[in-house]
Write a protein that binds this ligand. Structure first.
Ligand SMILES: Nc1ncnc2c1ncn2[C@@H]1O[C@H](COP(=O)(O)OP(=O)(O)OP(=O)(O)O)[C@@H](O)[C@H]1O
Length: 313
């Protein structure tokens, strides 16, 4: 369990984190989402005792990081995958980490196996691809077999295979009952990876809910209908008072379930070629909720801006 209570951090004039309170529960992957500069890394650094809060507290299992008896056995983190001596082998790097944290050397081969790096254990870590470096970083985070794990932008720059691997691995860690807290600005990826979301903007909490609730609450659910008798259907729907949007050969209906639209069509003898509920996307939800809190506004319309944020630009 991770808890932030009134957590704040000021750098000069910048209030990077502003009175944040949330808790991250075990057994689930929790996404930490926000535009660039929202304060995600600063929050993670304070949870890990690498930065001192100017207000409030960050607790792991009820204690600040500095009070943990066995930090690496309690919490593991991946902040920067390239943080490794380039001339050390993967095994050498992990052995060094284990030794300097009084962890058993036999755990090194276990974690190499867990992340699928056993075959390259004696290769120079400096020559690893980004995907392999991420795996090595995750192996390091798992050395102490901690119940709490933090990952800062773990899929940044990875190819689709690497992204899929990380996603599955996080689910596995959560299924083992661990607390998994992962920051990202890649919205569509988080929609697939995280069961819960904590969304921040300009250091402040914007939303904390399940991913499903987040999308449902922030976006409108509509139903697309296509019919060769669109005019008849438009008239019948219009009389019920629902709101309609004409999109050429289809109508987008909001305020009525697809089953009721189907019944209405049948009652009016209208043939349907399509009756499809449209769910709002995480991108739309994110733009709607963080629109005012993006640090650098552009003149782009919302969908284009969402694409840019999703692409990390
Ligand atoms: N050491 C520092 N000194 C001064 N300002 C800082 C420092 N670290 C972060 N900031 C500022 O605090 C704010 C939050 O930054 P932070 O890196 O935590 O955001 P982030 O959400 O992780 O962004 P990104 O997705 O770009 O990594 C930004 O305005 C940033 O410029």
């Amino acid at each position: 369990m991770i808890e932030a209570r009134g957590l704040s951090k000021r750098y000069g004039k910048t209030l990077a984190v502003d009175n944040l309170s949330f808790s991250v529960t075990p057994g689930r992957v929790t996404g930490f989402l926000g535009p660039n500069g929202a304060g995600k890394s600063t929050t993670m650094r304070m949870i890990l005792g690498l930065d001192t809060p100017t207000g409030g507290s960050a607790l792991i299992g009820g204690k600040p990081y500095a009070d943990l008896k066995h930090p690496l056995r309690t919490v593991g983190a991946l902040l920067d995958a390239k943080w490794v001596h380039p001339n050390r082998s993967a095994r050498g790097h992990l052995r060094w980490l284990a030794r300097s944290n009084q962890l058993p050397a036999k755990r090194v081969d276990e974690v190499l196996d867990l992340v699928g790096l056993s075959g390259v254990a004696n290769k120079r870590a400096g020559g690893f691809s980004l995907g392999m470096s991420q795996r090595l970083g995750i192996a390091g985070a798992l050395l102490g077999d901690p119940q709490v794990l933090l990952f800062d932008e773990p899929v940044n720059g990875l190819d689709p295979e690497g992204i899929l691997w990380i996603r599955k691995f996080m689910h596995r860690l959560a299924d083992e009952g661990r607390t998994v807290f992962v920051s990202s600005h890649l919205l569509s990826e988080m929609a697939l990876t995280a069961q819960d979301l904590i969304v921040i903007g300009r250091g402040r909490l914007i939303a904390h809910s399940s991913t499903e609730e987040f999308v449902a609450a922030a976006t409108e659910n509509t139903v697309r209908v296509r019919s060769p008798q669109l005019a008849v259907l438009r008239g019948a729907l219009g009389r019920t008072g629902v709101s309609l949007r004409d999109e050429g050969d289809s109508l987008v209906v909001s305020g009525m379930e697809s089953a009721d639209i189907g019944e209405l069509a049948a009652a009016n003898g209208v043939v349907l070629h399509e009756l499809s509920p449209q769910r709002g996307s995480l991108e739309e939800a994110f733009m709607q909720l963080t629109g005012d809190s993006v640090e650098y506004h552009t003149d782009l319309d919302a969908p284009a801006a969402a694409d840019l944020i999703a692409a990390g630009k």
